[in-house]
Design a protein around this ligand. Sequence first.
Ligand code: NI
Length: 161
Amino acid sequence: MALRKIREIGDPVLTKQCKEVTEITPRIRDLIDDMFETLYDAEGVGLAAPQVGILKRIVVIDVTGEDPILLINPRILETSGEQEGYEGCLSVPGKSGIVTRPNYVKVLAYDENLKPFELEGTELLARALCHELDHLAGHLYVEKVTGPLVNNEDLQDAEEK
Ligand code: NI
């Protein structure tokens, strides 16, 4: 396992469409291991393969730090409701902005053996699913922010008051 370099906003790889995974090769297994290691090292909630420079439809998410989720070739089946809240991204370091997302999302994805499964999420997981799937289509949350991007330190100060 190894840490991968996280690409940041302005890097063209973050604006590209990702390709479907059709076969789980040793390289793909290494990529998945490295993505989890990179996610936990960066203390993030989710990471998509293009964020480490690989244009494949692979996402890792962990909203609690103890519930790793791997999604290969994910697509959204259903959404409902609405939530508004601050969102950040490891590719936009130190910043957050308000994004409106569905409050419920159902996703179809494939596991590490390319077996299909469905996953439902609400609140933070629903937000993370939408955010990470956007990465696979070359989109960053900053395109959807209402209001200004704020520095995370300012946000923490505001939350403590
Ligand atoms: Ni992101």
